[in-house]
Design a protein around this ligand. Structure first.
Ligand code: FAD
Length: 385
């Protein structure tokens, strides 16, 4: 494949943008398509016309990474301002700090434990009769005992995944989900921040290259005849094949948007742990930009449910039963020529933004080295299975 040849990219999210830019800088003509009327995919941000608040249209996005190259990459297109994700939860009539930490434990049990005392206390709470946990519930009971499990894990998990924690695998909860200090920073990563003017502004700058053409509001049928030397597809894997083997399972989200004059909840994210509250959390978007000041406020109540045919797929479920179906799609994809499946939908995995960028950079680099050697590009650089 020679420079100057046209490359097609389906999807103007982070995957499509990063690949488009790398290829354009290497001399390829790149054409990008997105069904939506905006770039940015699910990271899309937009200022609310009434309040001026920067809204994360498809749900809250916090950038965090240990990958120094990815951190430098995003900072090349946008100033990232300091932001620490600190989440609260309302449970059983009180507000607590998450992830469950020493403050949460002391408040919940009415104690003044120091770290080692709290550790010993939680060990006493743990259900030691469970020796080989098979389910999420058994794993949580074994780690933290029934009281903490019911207050902080059970109801939220039921709402988020639409099933009982007794039907979810133990592997979801790999480590003890509790901290024995007062660290309430949600993420452990070295770099964390928020783009000063939003993710869409950053992605617009990534696309800003004379060899990149972006067409919005255009659903691209990847299997219809086209004249691209290679296609990068970041749409749904099952959709590419017309759902031939059935639909892969996803959860979708409904956002109930409301405005408020003033400060509605005093933080960006408030979870609701009780099963009796139908939503999982409320997001107050202005707190994602603490360097800005707005009188008005925009909030989202977030509801999770099974994804139907006309819904936006958000979280891949990846149930054990889906493995065979996914394997069928992967086998079909591997038979395709001159197309590479990229990003969260085409590889049917949950990917944080930093991982999405890392994978897109690696994919573009592999493509550039393969095209130099005139070698074929694989269908997957990052396999779904
Ligand atoms: C609720 C939620 C919260 C998240 N929060 C965080 C967070 O806090 N931090 C973090 O790091 N990550 C977060 N993420 C992950 C982040 O959204 C992804 O990493 C990122 O969106 C992946 O980018 P992508 O380009 O692969 O996919 P997408 O953003 O989904 O982009 C794919 C694009 O392809 C388009 N498309 C699909 N099919 C076609 C077609 N046939 N023709 C034309 N266009 C098509 C779609 O319209 C879409 O715009 C979150 C994800 C969700 C769902």
């Amino acid at each position: 494949m020679a420079q100057g040849q046209k490359i097609g990219i389906v999807g103007a999210g982070l995957s499509g943008a990063v690949i488009a830019r790398e290829l354009a800088e290497a001399g390829f003509e790149v054409e990008v398509f997105d069904t939506r009327p905006h770039i940015g995919g699910n990271c899309h941000t937009e200022r609310d016309a009434d309040t001026g608040v920067m809204v994360h249209i498809y749900g809250p996005h916090i950038f965090h990474t240990d990958d120094a190259e990815v951190w430098d990459y995003v900072n090349g297109y946008q100033t990232f301002l300091p932001y620490k994700n600190r989440v609260k939860t309302t449970s059983q009539g009180q507000v607590y700090s998450l992830p469950v930490n020493l403050h949460t434990i002391n408040q919940f049990f009415g104690k003044t434990f120091r770290p080692e005392e709290a550790r010993a206390f939680i060990e006493e709470q743990a259900d030691k009769t469970i020796t080989d946990p098979q389910t999420f519930e058994e794993q949580a009971l074994r780690f933290v005992g029934r009281d903490l499990y019911e207050a902080f894990f059970k109801g939220y998990t039921e709402k988020q995944w639409g099933c009982s924690p007794t039907d979810l695998p133990a592997s979801i909860l790999k480590r003890l989900p509790v901290r024995f200090n007062y660290d309430d920073n949600y993420f452990f990563h070295k770099f964390q921040g928020m783009p000063e003017n939003g993710y869409t502004d950053m992605i617009e700058k990534i696309f800003d290259h004379p060899k990149i053409k972006v067409t919005l509001g255009r659903h691209f049928d990847p299997r219809a005849p086209h004249d691209y030397a290679h296609l990068f597809y970041s749409g749904p894997l099952d959709g590419y094949f017309g759902y031939e083997f059935g639909r892969l399972g996803y959860r979708t989200l409904d956002f109930e948007r409301f405005s408020y004059q003033g400060d509605y909840q005093g933080c960006a994210v408030m979870n609701y742990g009780d099963a009796s509250v139908p939503y999982t959390r409320i997001t107050e978007h202005k707190h994602f930009s603490p360097w800005e000041s707005h009188e008005g406020s925009v909030c989202y109540r977030e509801f999770s449910r099974a994804c139907g045919e006309n819904d936006i797929p958000y979280y891949p479920i990846r149930l054990v039963e889906e493995k065979a179906q996914l394997a069928d799609y992967v086998a079909r994809a591997n038979e395709e020529k001159s197309v590479t499946f990229v990003g969260r939908l085409a590889t049917y995995r949950y990917l944080d933004m930093d991982v999405t960028i890392r994978e897109a950079l690696d994919t573009a680099r592999l493509f550039l080295s393969k095209s130099k050697d005139e070698a074929a590009m694989p269908a997957f650089v990052h396999a779904p299975l």
